[in-house]
Design a protein. Structure first.
Lengths: 339, 110
């Protein structure tokens, strides 16, 4: 039975069911490939989730973010983050949310990180750039050469709006045109990357092929240019998990993830070189563990106030069934495929 | 047997390797090589497979290749057009046999 699990891969035709008793634990699968226990290799990406406030309510959102959420990072915690960042050599600061730009300390975090010589990435939902209260935001980001990682699940309105809300696609196109006018996606220093994630209970296809398709279609239809497309797998947690369960797709989706386990992707999972800080300063191995309330474990400090590079750089990583989402096929991370 | 098609059976396709493993392996190798990117993209091949699945009316193949098309970035407009291509060829194939009918008619009739 075990041998069948490793039969040829990607195509659903060849995906045997994992077991009648449930899905094999992620750690057991790691152990079979000599990867257990999974440990961090350093902190290259210092990821800060400033809170759950967002001007959108996307159906797949693992943060469960929306306009009514009140969890927001305070100035004190933001300053604690910068003090901790200073203790590391992490070259990249990755700011996310919610819509991170709506946090009153977002611009402080950008400027303080840049002052420390770090590369800054903003995970933007695009439509935030069009809010009246954020009319200077795009220019602010461009002036500081902040890399923008923008969500756009498809190059047509129907599928984008089905996931992200009515009218979001048209606004996203407007925002992308604004960014292009400022030089994003056109000048080397102004990186504009798009995030593709499937608009349903299926996995992302080949990232390079999807990128070619998006580039061709966005240029042909809207004269929009961007740098890279990151294909990200939807992890079975939060709203996306609700969707899977409500539509009867959970079991089949998990089977796809489990059967597509790729040890090369497991070796390259993002949690090994990322530290994730939540709006209230707690520390996590990744943004997904953050949403599951699973702080770093095994003796590592769990709050930014107690930050210690020595105790976190080689920490053992907390894993769960959802981790199969990052190790399926070509792998998945906040920066796209990993294998 | 209460019914002939069960969507869970698709995941048991690998059982076909139990009694003729060499043939199964050859099929797997050929099948996987066929769907590698080549002169046609993987997305184009998946759309062809979807059309063929409809022409054959294989429910397993329709399930699998609908999903594969979505994963490869195709949209419902493109997938629907692929099904129309399959349907048109099937319809045309039936219709073109009308020529045979007409020839037979000519042969038999005064």
């Amino acid at each position: 039975m075990e041998a069948q699990l490793e039969l040829p891969t990607r195509n659903a035709h060849f995906s045997p069911r994992p077991s009648e008793n449930g899905f094999p634990s992620f750690n057991s699968r790691l152990a079979r490939h000599g990867l257990h226990p999974l440990r961090a290799t350093g902190i290259d990406v210092f990821q800060i989730n400033v809170g759950k406030l967002c001007n959108q309510t996307c159906r797949h959102c693992h943060v469960d973010a929306g306009p009514d959420r009140t969890e927001r990072m305070t100035r004190q915690t933001a300053e604690d983050c910068i003090r901790a960042l200073e203790l590391t050599d992490a070259p990249t600061v990755d700011i996310t949310g919610g819509a991170p730009e709506l946090n009153e300390n977002f611009r402080y975090l950008v400027d303080a990180s840049k002052a420390l010589g770090r590369h800054v990435m903003d995970r933007s939902n695009l439509t935030v750039l069009l809010l009246r209260s954020q009319s200077d935001l795009a220019r602010f980001l461009a002036d500081r050469e902040v890399e923008i990682i923008a969500s756009l699940p498809y190059f047509l309105a129907e599928r984008t709006d089905a996931q992200r809300g009515a009218g979001v696609f048209d606004k996203s196109i407007q925002a992308l045109k604004l960014l292009n006018r400022l030089g994003y996606g056109r000048e080397p220093a102004l990186r504009l990357n798009l995030v593709y994630n499937p608009t349903g209970a299926f996995l992302p296809g080949d990232q390079d092929a999807l990128e070619r398709e998006f580039k061709r279609e966005l240029d042909r239809r809207y004269q929009i240019r961007f740098d890279r497309l990151f294909a990200i797998t939807n992890l079975p947690i939060s709203r996306f998990l609700d969707f899977l369960v409500e539509t009867g797709n959970y079991e089949q989706y998990m089977e796809r993830l489990v059967n597509a386990f790729n040890p090369a992707a497991a070796r390259a999972v993002m949690c090994r070189n990322t530290l994730s800080v939540s709006w209230d300063g707690r520390l996590y191995d990744c943004d997904f563990n953050q949403m599951l309330d699973e702080t770093v474990g095994f003796g590592a400090p769990t709050h930014i106030r107690d930050f210690s590079p020595e105790l976190l750089e080689n920490r053992r990583i907390v894993t769960g069934l959802h981790c199969y989402g990052c190790t399926a096929g070509a792998g998945s991370s906040c920066g796209g495929t990993t294998a | 047997m209460s019914h002939y098609y069960d969507d869970h059976d698709l995941s048991r396709f690998g059982d076909m390797g139990r009694n003729a493993p060499d043939l199964w392996e050859k099929f797997n190798d050929w099948y996987q090589a066929t769907f590698q990117e080549g002169s046609l993209s993987g997305r184009e091949k998946a759309l062809i497979a979807l059309g063929v699945a409809h022409a054959l009316q294989c429910p397993y193949c329709i399930d699998a290749w609908s999903q594969e098309c979505l994963e490869k970035g195709s949209n419902l407009d493109q997938m629907t057009e692929a099904v129309h291509v399959a349907a048109a060829i099937r319809g045309g194939a039936a219709l073109v046999h009308g020529v045979q009918m007409r020839k037979r008619n000519a042969q038999l009739s005064m």
